[in-house]
Design a binder for this molecule. Structure first.
Ligand code: AHR
Length: 356
């Protein structure tokens, strides 16, 4: 009899645990109300994955801010698959969460699911990466077919401007590090193809250098800069290294400058350059984007030259915006991050203050 009771109890625990897992976040036993609300709100969050140091910092920021605001966060990791994001958002709709935040892995393919959110009356926030309409306010707020209505707010960086800033740094500094060259040959490691981060940085970099922004390779109008190699490394350290190994084999003696769309790929590439017998930071000038601690360490060590900051600490703004939306207060359509540029002249001084 005692045994049967124990079995029944264990069974009950299992059923409760399974229910909590289905709820997506292991349940939320903490009571109270959300900061700024008269009740506790539930947020579904679809994150891309954990491809970079930056992404980990972003995830930690979101989770910590949800704790601070006392928001019940249902967090889902899509492992780089848009399909998984669509599935997670659909589950959040079924769970009738109060609000959904998501980082779109690529820019397109969101129309159907965001219309489902609109139909369910669940507002959505785009975080870090954008989709079409991120910087526009809809003319008619009730027109479901207007992409400007597909989400309520976007919180993240101006990726195109990051590309502009990287190019400005190259124009101002390449000749100081490698003097006496009439043309600077550039290799590029692109981010995940089709993501707003890859597309914005790709275009911004070319626009500022004066290179045709619609083609991967090309020469600047003034003839001083030439992109000779450009391939995706999917924002990961391992692929950054792998693609750079191939670049070094085919054109190792020709490359003067490397632009990596994120620091993780730059750090992977540094290894490949060293293994090929070249000196990163001297033989090849290296610029990354993100300004993660790993890049600061490389800049201080002299193996990396510059990093353009992209701020991943978006959690507090996401929670604040969610509370405003649910309180029917006005919000900016695009809350743009403010960021700085770092290189070997200011990296050591800034390093101790870096949070990610
Ligand atoms: O979308 C932001 C980019 O995605 C970051 O630059 C990169 O590190 C990340 O994986």
């Amino acid at each position: 009899m005692k045994l049967a009771k124990k079995a029944l109890f264990a069974g009950l625990i299992l059923v409760i645990a399974a229910g909590m897992a289905f709820a997506g976040g292991g349940g939320d036993s903490k009571g109270g109300v959300t900061k700024g609300m008269d009740r506790k709100i539930v947020m579904g969050y679809s994150q891309i994955g954990a491809e970079s140091e930056w992404r980990t910092a972003c995830t930690n920021s979101v989770k910590a801010a949800a704790e601070e605001w006392n928001i019940d966060l249902r967090f889902s990791d899509a492992q780089q698959q848009q399909q998984n994001q669509l599935q997670a958002i659909r589950t959040f709709i079924q769970q009738k969460v109060d609000i959904i935040a998501f980082t779109p892995v690529v820019e397109t393919g969101w129309e159907a699911i965001l219309k489902e959110c609109l139909d369910a009356g669940i507002p959505t926030i785009c975080v870090d990466r954008s989709i079409e309409g991120s910087d526009r306010v809809a003319a008619n707020p009730n027109d479901k077919n207007d992409p400007d209505n597909w989400f309520t707010a976007f919180i993240g960086s101006d990726m195109e401007q990051e590309g502009n800033r990287a190019a400005k740094w190259v124009i101002a500094n390449a000749a100081k590090i490698k003097p006496g060259k009439s043309v600077y040959n550039i290799a590029e490691l692109q981010g995940t193809v089709g993501s707003s981060a890859q597309m914005g940085r790709f275009k911004g970099f070319r626009d500022t250098l004066g290179i045709n922004p619609t083609s991967a390779l090309g020469t600047s109008k003034d003839g001083k800069f030439k992109i000779i190699l450009s391939q995706t490394g999917d924002f990961t350290r391992a692929q950054g290294k792998q693609v750079m190994e191939a670049f070094m084999k085919s054109n190792g003696n020709d490359i003067d400058v490397l632009l990596a769309h994120n620091d993780d790929m730059a750090i992977g590439a540094i290894q490949a350059i060293q293994e090929a017998g070249k000196v990163p930071g001297k033989d090849i000038v290296i610029i990354g984007i993100d300004a993660v601690k790993g890049a600061f360490e490389a800049m201080v060590a002299g193996t990396m030259n510059a990093s353009i900051e992209c701020n991943p600490l978006l959690g507090p703004q996401v929670m604040e915006t969610a509370v405003k939306i649910l309180n029917k207060q006005p919000v900016e359509k695009w809350v743009v991050s403010t960021e700085s540029d770092y290189d070997q002249t200011n990296a050591a001084a800034a390093y101790p203050t870096r949070q990610y």
